[in-house]
Ligand binder design. Structure first.
Ligand SMILES: Cc1cc2nc3c(=O)[nH]c(=O)nc-3n(C[C@H](O)[C@H](O)[C@H](O)COP(=O)(O)OP(=O)(O)OC[C@H]3O[C@@H](n4cnc5c(N)ncnc54)[C@H](O)[C@@H]3O)c2cc1C
Length: 426
């Protein structure tokens, strides 16, 4: 079996493998139960679809999501490099309703009443639930960058760490930068969404500069002590393809931004001015999870039971995806959120049918990074539930890293994206 098939088999089968307890019993029990899913990203869309599938469509599922369509963060760095368009990374929600009977409500959940088991929508109205699944992704800790509260700052200094309008706006800023201009990218201390994502972004912006404005420069300011993912592979790519074009500066923690003068301010280093500032701020669980009191780890991330994804702070509320306090070595990734979604869906269906949830979650993660328009590197890992420690642990000897970047892996990366979009949304 080829590596790609192995990874896909693991990805598709991992949660399903744990469904033995449910098979053949889903037609009557659970009928009429109501599940509300908050957030139609990688975690929420998957959970919504799989609750319907695993319950033989007996459980009612309502998905609340403010955006009209799903826009993928994976591959969005390719849009910044000019190698893909927004249309390439946008998937409609239609199939969730047409094929799976998920009720998709275009709205934002404003508050949750865990006692009454209802959610309040921003537009008014309430939805009752028996079980609530929250996959709100991340929000930014803007209070760590006081200057960003000034009028106009957030429109000028972009993060583009949630794919959508900011991806388009940042691409425009790069296009408007004169040849010889400087693009400065700042990376927060880990944990943050997608460990290799910023270094991939540096490659993509540099690939654009190399072609369109070769006198320009990418300067990476990393708050971490070193490159946090695929270090050797990224350094090799920077040396081979972008010598003199990318400069990497570790141990540079941004503590403020002056948007009026496009200046980064650091904890210990001199200020830095650039033509385009791209600041990825420090992150925490999405606002709705924090304000509901579910972010029990340092008021940042939601602690969960890894067998069910039920929040430690609230009964009947499950949290997954980037919003959770991760297990050791578990990345905040779309691939992980998709598999949390299946594990959580299986557990929720079992619980609503009065059964024990599956007890052996096992899942894989693969993160691909484009280092040029065609060539890609990957890192993979396998995570298994450890009953003694009640957490997910990396399986010894599993996973791995590309030996070198290749165009074949570029094809795998696009196939991965198409597969996971279909698995979550088709
Ligand atoms: C540049 C970049 C590249 C990346 N590349 C990869 C990659 O190659 N591979 C990989 O696996 N991962 C990658 N990731 C990480 C991946 O995007 C995230 O880990 C993933 O999106 C997390 O899924 P989620 O469901 O937790 O959150 P999201 O996918 O962000 O979904 C959250 C959803 O919740 C909605 N929401 C929030 N609050 C509310 C509310 N109150 N009411 C209703 N809806 C709400 C939001 O609108 C959003 O649609 C990348 C990320 C970035 C930024």
């Amino acid at each position: 079996m080829q590596r790609r098939q192995f990874v896909q088999t693991l990805g598709a089968g991992s949660a399903v493998a744990g469904l033995g307890l449910m098979s053949g019993c889903a037609t009557s029990a659970g009928r009429g139960a109501k599940v509300v899913v908050v957030g139609g990203g990688y975690g929420g869309a998957t959970a919504a679809k799989y609750v319907r599938l695993f319950s033989d469509h007996n459980i009612e599922v309502t998905l609340v999501e403010p955006n009209a369509a799903f826009v993928s963060c994976p591959i969005s760095n390719m849009v910044l490099g000019g190698h893909k368009t927004m249309a390439d990374i946008t998937v409609p929600y239609d199939n969730l309703s047409k094929r799976h009977g998920v009720k998709v409500v275009r709205d934002t959940v404003a508050s949750i009443d865990a006692t009454k088991r209802t959610v309040k929508l921003a537009s008014g109205g309430e939805l009752p639930y028996d079980r609530l699944i929250l996959s709100p992704g991340i929000d930014f800790m803007w209070d760590t960058l006081p200057g960003m509260a000034k009028a106009g700052a957030a429109d000028k200094v972009l993060h583009a760490w949630k794919a959508g309008p900011q991806t388009v706006a940042l691409r425009r800023q790069l296009e408007a930068l004169p040849d010889g201009g400087v693009y400065a990218l700042s990376i927060p201390l880990a944990p943050y969404r997608c460990p290799p994502g910023p270094y991939e972004r540096a490659c993509m912006v540099a690939s654009y500069f190399k072609k369109a404005k070769p006198k320009s420069k990418v300067v990476i300011f990393d708050a971490n002590d070193d490159i946090t993912s695929k270090k050797g592979l990224f350094m090799k790519a920077w040396d081979e393809h972008y010598k003199g074009l990318i400069e990497y500066r570790p141990k540079h923690k941004v503590v403020d931004v002056d948007a009026a003068t496009n200046t980064l301010k650091f904890e210990f280093n001199d200020d830095f001015k650039a033509g385009v500032l791209n600041v990825i701020p420090t992150q925490r669980a999405g606002e709705i999870a924090v304000k509901t009191g579910l972010a029990t780890a340092n008021a940042r991330w939601c602690e969960v039971d890894f067998l069910t994804f039920e929040a430690k702070a609230a009964k009947n509320i499950h949290v997954l995806g980037d919003a959770i306090q991760i297990a050791p070595a578990m990345p905040k990734s779309g691939h992980m959120a998709n598999q949390h979604g299946k594990t959580c869906a299986a557990a929720v269906v079992s619980l609503l049918q009065g059964k024990e949830p599956p007890s052996l979650p096992l899942y894989a993660n693969t993160c691909y990074s484009f280092v040029t328009a065609t060539d890609v590197v990957h890192v993979a890992s396998v995570h298994k539930y450890d009953a003694a420690q009640k957490t997910m642990l990396a399986v010894p000897g599993s996973g791995g890293l590309s030996s070198a970047a290749s165009a074949l892996e570029g094809e795998y990366a696009m196939a991965w994206a198409r597969n996971i979009w279909a698995d979550s949304l088709a």
